[in-house]
Write a protein that binds this ligand. Structure first.
Ligand code: AMP
Ligand code: GLY
Length: 434
């Protein structure tokens, strides 16, 4: 069968690579894909944008695609899964009503409150004066979030009343985030260690994936501006067996039951961004209606089961009985980005050194790349995510950085400390609360 992957980033390269390894799959189409997917065995790029819903439906029909898997959130929020279902096409991704869990932070917070899912205390505002009064009565730091999609940039931690004022003015008066910031959510600040937890959901049943931890800040030590993610590793040691059970019991099951109770049919990846406190209690920072980027890359590199078969089971089958098989080794993914990212960056730089890196234990997943007359050029802010397996996070990390060191283009940079919390645990030097 043919499978269609929507999107063209690192997550989509990993999804396409994984789908192509399924014995059920003859060909994977990527719309639009990147240089990595273009060069992948059994994978073909098609020049249709992930937001071009009419074009995607036409493509799925013409190519007799039997399963589509959606990478990014925008097409989901825009209703791509609704359209595919209406056309009788199988699309693994939630419909627009369910994608609001990611598309509107106030909707998500109200959903958590309604269904008893642990999260930070919050209030929602559209006018600046009541927002100012509210924040004046809360402890600082506090967190101000633009309600709508803001590519990871609409969340700001404020430490003083002045800072809070600046941010509220920016969002509610100057409309720095456009419509996304017309409503703001003000949250209490949570401390602890973050983890990402993703599951495949078929409306009522949940198949959890391995845990992971993302590194959102641009610079070592979690400093500098927030990005889409500078690296990730799996599993995340903070998600011990007990914490895993608590996440399932306190977050994932109430969420899926809550969606069903609210009449929202959810099929697709459900991603919880969590803060785990020192007692192992999980609290939800956000829900995403898709797989994380870059979490997908190390997680899928560890997955031995057939992802396509599992996604197909969600359309009626034995989803309940799915038991995923994981490589017990750790995987670490290091993102290499273009100079300037997450601000303005240059494109079209030739990338060298990629030949011969991929092996059973190392894989370079492309994100912002494109092919040009046989050369691989940079084409985005996050350019590559190099993933390696190892018997420990330390070994996986050492292998990933050894591979990253062979790759070059003008202005390339990466963090040098991906996985540092897990490595500190392995060395016995980990202190909680960092
Ligand atoms: P979000 O997009 O809502 O997950 O927020 C992006 C990042 O901001 C998270 O990964 C956290 O690092 C941080 N963050 C968000 N909400 C909170 C909170 N209530 N307390 C502490 N940090 C937060
Ligand atoms: N890496 C975080 C996300 O995909 O939202």
């Amino acid at each position: 069968m043919k499978v269609l992957i929507l999107g063209g980033g690192g997550r989509e390269h990993a999804l396409a690579w994984k789908a192509a390894r399924s014995a059920l799959v003859s060909e994977v189409l990527c719309a639009p894909g990147n240089a990595g997917t273009a060069l992948e065995h059994k994978v073909r790029n098609v020049a249709v944008g992930a937001d071009d819903i009419d074009g995607l439906v036409a493509l799925a029909r013409t190519e007799s695609v039997e399963l589509s898997i959606v990478g990014p959130e925008q097409p989901l929020v825009a209703g791509v899964a609704d359209r595919f279902e209406a056309e009788g096409l199988k699309c693994f991704g939630p419909k627009a009503a369910a994608a609001r869990l990611e598309g509107s932070k106030s909707f998500a917070k109200d959903f958590f409150a309604r269904h008893g899912i642990p999260t930070a205390g919050y209030a929602t505002f559209e006018a600046i004066e009541p927002a100012r009064r509210y924040i004046a009565g809360r402890p600082l730091p506090a967190v101000i979030k633009a309600d709508g999609l803001a590519a990871g940039k609409g969340v700001i931690i404020v430490h003083t009343a002045d800072e809070a004022d600046q941010v509220l003015r920016g969002m509610l008066e100057r409309h720095d985030f456009g419509d996304a910031g017309k409503t703001v959510v003000i949250e209490d600040f949570l401390s602890g260690e973050e983890a990402s937890f993703t599951a495949l959901v078929d409306g009522t049943r949940i198949v959890p994936l391995a845990s992971s931890q993302d590194h959102k800040a641009r610079d070592d030590g979690d400093r500098g501006p927030n990005t889409g993610g500078m690296g990730a590793y799996s599993p995340a040691p903070v998600v011990s067996g007990d914490v895993n059970d608590r996440i399932m019991a306190e977050v994932m099951r109430p969420a899926v039951e809550g969606l069903a109770a609210d009449g929202i049919d959810y099929r697709g990846f459900l991603y919880a961004g969590l803060m785990i406190d020192e007692h192992g209690a999980p609290r939800v920072l956000e829900f995403n209606c898709r797989f994380g980027d870059p979490e997908t890359q190390p997680i899928l590199f560890r997955l031995r089961s057939d992802l396509v078969a599992v996604c197909l089971e969600s359309f009626g089958g034995e989803f309940n009985d799915v038991k995923l098989d994981w490589d017990p080794r750790a995987a670490v993914g290091v993102v290499t980005a273009a100079a300037g990212y997450p601000g303005a960056y240059e494109k079209h730089q030739p990338i060298t050194g990629l030949d011969g890196i991929d092996s059973d234990t190392v894989k370079v997943f492309h994100a912002g790349t494109r092919l040009d007359a046989g050369r691989i050029l940079t084409n985005g802010g996050r350019v590559l995510c190099t993933v390696a397996l190892g018997d420990s996070v330390s070994q996986a990390r050492q292998r990933a950085y050894a591979a990253v060191g062979k790759i070059h283009w003008e202005g390339a940079f990466c963090r040098s400390d991906i996985g540092y919390r897990a490595v500190a645990r392995e060395r016995g030097t980990f202190a909680t609360g960092c």
